[in-house]
Design a protein around this ligand. Structure first.
Ligand SMILES: [Zn+2]
Length: 61
């Protein structure tokens, strides 16, 4: 046998989502918008909110 598949290989490993900083209104509004988008099944909006939240956290916290 020449080829061997690695055991326990995970295809879908999701990156951790950014979390809202407690007490920060900007974080909270992005987190709420993300939750709303997910409840609507709008995954591209969820991903947009994650990008925004990550960028906000990088500059504000
Ligand atoms: Zn914040």
């Amino acid at each position: 046998m020449q080829t061997q598949k690695p055991q326990g290989y995970r295809l879908a490993e999701l990156p951790a989502e950014p979390v809202a900083e407690p007490g920060c209104a900007s974080c909270l509004s992005l987190a709420v918008a993300r939750r709303n988008a997910r409840s609507l099944g709008d995954l591209s909006a969820v991903s947009d909110r994650n990008v925004e939240l990550r960028a906000h956290r990088a500059e504000a916290h």
